[in-house]
Design a protein around this ligand. Structure first.
Ligand code: ZN
Ligand code: ZN
Length: 183
């Protein structure tokens, strides 16, 4: 340094620098910086591990991703380029939704003719709007299909007409009930 910078002013200036770099302060700062760099490196590796666990099902692939994350700084960037786009939780949730939708489509979709609330085939009235949906058997109180002429559970003949209009409309596939009865 002394050879390069001849003028006394510069000499003092850079001499000051040299003293600074020789001093304990610089030693502390340098160690602190190194420490921060190491912490940052470990933090990125840990982040890669955590993120990979949420996105990758296979444990070995998570381990590989974590190893990649341990490559200082570049590893995390490379991981981000190749990681699966979705969280496992999201994938699972979507699969559940699809399954639920399929089940809903598979079910015979019975709805109240008045309020369109979902009703069960065994309901006598709509629980939402209290519309009468089916007649109950006089003998055993079982819900009766509008087409039935006798209760299949207790053999009681069905005499009073079931709540026909509603019954016909909410089971669109049923043939007109009255014609059947006349036979
Ligand atoms: Zn209803
Ligand atoms: Zn009955």
């Amino acid at each position: 340094m002394r050879l390069l910078f001849q003028t006394s002013d510069e000499d003092d200036f850079f001499g000051g620098f040299r003293d600074f770099f020789d001093s304990g302060t610089w030693f502390v700062i340098r160690n602190l910086l190194l420490f921060l760099v190491v912490v940052f490196w470990l933090a990125t590796a840990y982040w890669v591990f955590k993120d990979a666990r949420r996105r990758i099902r296979d444990r070995w692939l998570v381990a590989v991703a974590t190893l990649l994350g341990l490559v200082p700084f570049l590893g995390a960037v490379i991981y981000m380029l190749f990681r699966p786009p979705e969280y496992l939780d999201d994938v699972r949730e979507r699969e559940l939704e699809i399954k639920e939708m399929e089940e809903r489509l598979g079910r015979s979709d019975l709805r109240c003719p008045v309020c369109r609330a979902e009703v069960d085939a065994s309901f006598l009235v709509c629980p939402v709007c209290t519309t009468k949906l089916k007649q109950a058997c006089a003998g055993c109180k079982a819900p009766l299909d509008p087409l039935w002429q006798i209760c299949p559970y207790c053999e009681t003949p069905i005499e009073t007409p079931a709540s026909l209009e509603i019954g016909d409309s909410w089971e669109a596939t049923a043939p007109p009930r009255r014609e059947r009865r006349k036979r």
